[in-house]
Design a protein around this ligand. Structure first.
Ligand SMILES: *Cc1c(COP(=O)(O)O)cnc(C)c1O
Length: 396
């Protein structure tokens, strides 16, 4: 190894460790279901994005296995050579139906999708108005496009309007886009899409909503854009196939001309191998299941409400989430870390999220209940929360 690299790595790893910022990863020994095994210990899992429990659904496992038996494990090429299988076409038709758009295009991940879609349309002569709390992949996708990035204060529509006015009237930019998460995953709040659409119409902004945490969860499962009935007003509906859908991948849904353009200009579609067939078949069925029935969706919300009510009754601060995402706000960073560690020792896996991911003094343990949890599992988690909360004097 080069001496320069070796010194760089040693110094920086030691510095992270000294500051307590080096993240140790605990492997899950088995499926990422409502109960997980970590270090040989069974834990109530409140940290996955497997909202509907589809990651471990038996019907989807069977479909993936059967498809692998006939198509093999890999797609064999990028989409534009001969990696487009009939399965990908069916998936994209299903996604367009799911999102209420003319067409859709799939990518290898939600992260990849933001790398692909933004820079296919925006360039150095353009500007992007970006919510201050947007996901890291949106931020990176914006940077990759070389457009001017203009952050607006989180969910602050007056700030967005003022900045949209300045950007469009400045004459500096050819195109201006507004980009937001549909559901913000740290607090569980929903983007103010009706107001965003109104501002976008006033200033002819391109609209881009990344609904990674909304699909399967909001809008009776159809996501945040449909929740507000805005599927004809949002240009880019982005989603992930890795959270509520339970598998892996990402997509853009929108007008046919947009999707046609992405198929010839988005680089991960052109230069990275297509999603594998077993995954594609399982994803397609998962999306159909979400369209056919709200049973899992309803169970998710019921469990979310149950957990929220239980934590609030114990005296915890659970913030203002509008979705099943349930933050338990502890405050001080060290105490938050200690709280999460004690939960783990007692039998609950719920991750501490602290500065710089969230503002200083608002450290929280974030809980992600799913449709696969039973009331007994949630009661067990609540009993452990009560014990640890009293012990660390977070509640009386
Ligand atoms: C999780 C997330 C992604 C990344 O999705 P993956 O499919 O896991 O790559 C992208 N955008 C947002 C808003 C997310 O929350």
């Amino acid at each position: 190894m080069s001496n320069v690299l070796n010194t760089f790595l040693d110094e920086n790893l030691l510095a992270l460790q000294a500051q307590g910022l080096y993240n140790e990863i605990d492997p899950v020994e088995g499926a990422n279901g409502p109960i997980i095994k970590v270090g040989g210990k069974q834990l109530v899992n409140l940290s996955s994005n497997n909202y509907l429990g589809l990651a471990t659904n038996d019907e989807l496992k069977k479909i993936a296995q059967d498809t692998i038996a006939s198509y093999g494990v890999g797609a064999g090429a990028v989409r534009t050579i001969n990696g487009t299988l009939d399965l990908h076409v069916k998936l994209e038709e299903t996604l367009a139906k799911f999102k209420g758009t003319e067409a859709a295009i799939s990518y290898q991940s939600g992260f990849n999708c933001n790398m692909a879609a933004i820079s296919a349309v925006m360039d150095k002569n353009d500007a992007i108005l970006s919510d201050a709390l947007n996901h890291a992949s949106i931020i990176d996708g914006c940077r990759l496009s070389k457009a001017k990035i203009i952050p607006f204060a989180h969910a602050d529509m007056d700030d967005l309007r003022a900045k949209a006015k300045d950007a469009t009237e400045s004459g500096l930019y050819n195109k201006v886009m507004v980009i937001t998460d549909g559901v913000f995953s740290m607090d569980g709040d929903i983007a103010k899409l009706p107001e965003i659409v109104e501002i976008a119409k006033e200033f002819d902004l391109i609209t881009y909503v990344d609904d990674a945490h909304g699909s399967g969860v909001t809008g009776k499962g159809a996501g945040t854009v449909k929740h507000f009935g805005l599927q004809h007003d949002i240009d880019f509906q982005i989603g992930t196939l890795s959270k509520a859908i339970g598998v892996v991948g990402g997509y853009v849904a929108g007008k046919k001309n947009l999707i046609d353009w992405l198929k010839v200009r988005s680089r991960p579609f052109l230069f990275s191998t297509a999603l594998p067939p077993g995954d594609v078949a399982a994803i397609t069925r998962a999306v159909e299941m979400i369209m056919e029935s709200t049973e899992l969706h309803d169970k998710l919300w019921e469990n979310g409400q149950y957990l929220k009510d239980g934590l609030a009754k114990l005296g915890f601060n659970i913030g203002d989430s509008e979705t099943p995402i349930t933050p338990c706000i502890i405050g001080e960073e060290k105490l938050t870390q200690q709280f999460s560690k004690r939960l783990l020792e007692e039998g609950v896996y719920a991750k501490a999220i602290v500065f710089p991911t969230v503002p200083k003094g608002t450290g929280r343990v974030r809980n992600m209940p799913t449709a696969a949890h039973t009331k007994e599992m949630l009661d067990e988690a609540l009993a452990i929360y009560e014990k640890v909360g009293r012990e660390l004097e977070v509640i009386k």
